[in-house]
Structure formats: structure tokens, C-alpha cells
Design a protein around this ligand. Structure first.
Ligand code: ATP
Ligand code: IPE
Length: 246
């Protein structure tokens, strides 16, 4: 198997999370540049940030099908396709040929089928997948970027998973609240961090448990600060700044 990475661009990096539909085009372009210099081929997943979470919350998503959630689903799906289009443009500008998929279109009785995106990957293109809202059994559900990463990695086609977020990695405590928080450079997939002395909270708690789960299906899982995407070039060296779970 050739080395192949599944990569997620977190909504906190490619959007400004405090302003509805605010795209961080320069940051995205610099991540795409770093990716184009490091990899020939990969699958790319994008989170929602302010294109996904604002309206999901406002319209009660996820939730039972109703006039309100249907309107919300329409808005969120449209906004997420727009974000995917913006990332798509950024990839194409660097000569990276992408083909985008909404996970809603991949659902077969509520279970995602990745055969189609993988076919495009084999053909030399970059499958671009985005977190989105989809209908299932009378409800509107949200398929998050982190869940897409797990399902992609379960296909057995990838040997690395890389998450770009807005922090340097996983710390022993929230680095935004504790100035003396210590970066955990390497975590073993076998250690359940939630029961160790550290304190992973908020979105990072969920992300960390997804990363542990993903580590069962790939050799290594990385968390890198997307504001410094050039760090991807130091993967495997002593100078690497980020967290690796193996
Ligand atoms: P993304 O948008 O990249 O998917 P997210 O928005 O889902 O990320 P957040 O909910 O923003 O993720 O979670 C990342 C945040 O978690 C960081 O900005 C940080 O403030 C917080 N956090 C809490 N505990 C920790 C910890 N132990 N190590 C690192 N970050 C932590
Ligand atoms: C959310 O994707 C998609 C929607 C809300 C529709 P994520 O949950 O992966 O987004 P981020 O990366 O945390 O912003």
C-alpha cells in the first residue's frame, strides 16, 4: 500500500467561528500550499465552522423533521456546499484536482458508502468530503467532519490521519485557559487520556476520542495547528510541533 493520508481541515481553521459564513481564504490557501508540497495524493475532509454550526443551532439541528428543521437543512446544506466550493477553488488553484461529495449523497440506509470517493482517489483525484446535514428515518442528522474521518479510515485505504485545528496539539489542559499547559507530543492509542491526569475538554474531548478510535485503523494520527501548516513538513522529525497518536 502506498502511503496515503486522510486530512481534515477543522472549521476553526478555515472559517472564523464567531462570524456567520466567514471564510479564512489566506489560511486555507497556505494549508493547501503545504499539502501540495508534502503529498501527491490524499483525501480531504472539511468541518463546518461558521458555515455549519450557526444555522444548525438556530434551526434545531439535528432534530426531527419539521417545517423548521427542513428550512434549516436547506440552509446548512447550501452553506456547506458553498464552503466546499471555496476550498475546492483553493485546491484547483494549486493544481490539485478535487471532486467533492456531500456525505448525505453517500448514505445507503443511514450507512455511508465510500466506494465512489475511493474510485476518484484511485483515478488520481482528491476526494473532497464535507460535514453536512442529511435526512434519515424522519430526522435530520449531522455527519461531522470527525465522523467522516473515522469512516474513511475504516475503509483501510489510509495509513495516516491528519487533523488541522487551531491549537498546537493536545495539551494536558486547555491551552487557551491555562498558560502553563503542556503539549503532549506523543500519545499511545492504548492510553485513555480522559482517565489520565490530563484534562481534555469541550470540542477537544470529542476530537480526542475520535482520534483514539481512528488510531485503530491507521498507523498514526496527527493534530497540527492549521495556522502553521508548514509544520506538516516536520512530521517524523524531532522538530515536529504537534501531537501524534500511534
Ligand atoms: P475543529 O473546528 O478543528 O474541528 P473544533 O472546533 O471541533 O475543531 P473545538 O471545539 O474548537 O474544536 O476544540 C478545540 C479547542 O479545544 C481548542 O481551541 C482548545 O481551546 C480546546 N481544548 C480544551 N482542552 C484542550 C486540551 N487538553 N488540549 C488542546 N485543546 C483543548
Ligand atoms: C459540522 O462539521 C458540519 C455541520 C454543522 C453541518 P464539524 O462538526 O466537523 O465542523 P467543525 O470542524 O467542528 O467546525
Amino acid at each position: 500500500m502506498t502511503s496515503l493520508a486522510a486530512i481534515k481541515l477543522g472549521g476553526s481553521v478555515i472559517t472564523s467561528k464567531t462570524e456567520y459564513r466567514s471564510f479564512r481564504s489566506e489560511t486555507t490557501a497556505s494549508i493547501v500550499k503545504a499539502l501540495s508540497e508534502k503529498f501527491d495524493s490524499f483525501a480531504l475532509v472539511i468541518g463546518g465552522g461558521s458555515f455549519g454550526h450557526f444555522k444548525s443551532k438556530e434551526f434545531g439541528l439535528p432534530g426531527k423533521a419539521s417545517k423548521r428543521t427542513m428550512e434549516g437543512a436547506g440552509i446548512v446544506h447550501r452553506d456547506m456546499s458553498e464552503l466546499a466550493g471555496l476550498v475546492h477553488d483553493s485546491l484547483m488553484k494549486r493544481g490539485l484536482n478535487a471532486y467533492s461529495f456531500s456525505p448525505g449523497e453517500l448514505m445507503r440506509d443511514g450507512i455511508p458508502d465510500y466506494a465512489e470517493p475511493l474510485r476518484y482517489l484511485e483515478a488520481g483525484m482528491i476526494p473532497l468530503l464535507y460535514g453536512d446535514v442529511f435526512a434519515s428515518g424522519g430526522e435530520f442528522m449531522i455527519y461531522s467532519g470527525d465522523s467522516i474521518m473515522l469512516d474513511l479510515c475504516k475503509t483501510g485505504r489510509f495509513d495516516k490521519a491528519i487533523f488541522f485545528s487551531d491549537v498546537d496539539g493536545i495539551f494536558d489542559r486547555d491551552p487557551k485557559r491555562f498558560k502553563d499547559a503542556k503539549l503532549m507530543k506523543r500519545l499511545s492509542g492504548k492510553i485513555d487520556f480522559s482517565t489520565s491526569s490530563g484534562d481534555v475538554t469541550g470540542g477537544m474531548r470529542l476530537k480526542h476520542s475520535s482520534m483514539l478510535e481512528i488510531a485503530k485503523h491507521v498507523k498514526e494520527v496527527y493534530l497540527i495547528n492549521g495556522n502553521y501548516p508548514e509544520r506538516i513538513g516536520d512530521i517524523g522529525s524531532e522538530d515536529f510541533i504537534g501531537t501524534v497518536i500511534d
